[in-house]
Ligand binder design. Sequence first.
Ligand SMILES: [Fe+2]
Ligand SMILES: [Fe+2]
Length: 167
Amino acid sequence: MIRQSDWQHDSQYMAIVADLLIKPEVCKLKDITQHINSNRLDHSIMVSYKSYVLGKKMHLDYKAMARAGLLHDLFYYDWRTTKFNEGSHAYVHPRIALDNAKKITKLSKKEADIIVKHMWGATVAPPKYIESAIVSFVDDQCAIVEASIPFFKTKYAKLKFKFSGVS
Ligand SMILES: [Fe+2]
Ligand SMILES: [Fe+2]
């Protein structure tokens, strides 16, 4: 199991993404809420790091998975209030993230595909690479965990309260 802080102690992972983690465009994701109680930077790092670990185990292009995973949600609008004529949030935000990512680093074709196809399932176009499909699955898994942890924490706190004899 990968813990929230494991990535900070993984020097090989850090060497791959260090130049991106200091970019102001990436740092400001910290100020944006993602999946209820997480912020977009923490979410992006978890998608990046879990994809990197899986990519290494599966002998895939783990560098592309780490870098593109970190940049997959590089957008700043509030999807709850901002709507686009071009399509749904699921369709639009990967394209905005790709444009933003291109402004701060050079992307390989695979990294670009990972970013633009990360909503595969909610969008139609299939990934061109196995790495893109895996990052998309990791993104889904991270979203479920991030959205459900606050729920379970609240449930646990209520149960603890109930059985502490106070209720
Ligand atoms: Fe996304
Ligand atoms: Fe995401």
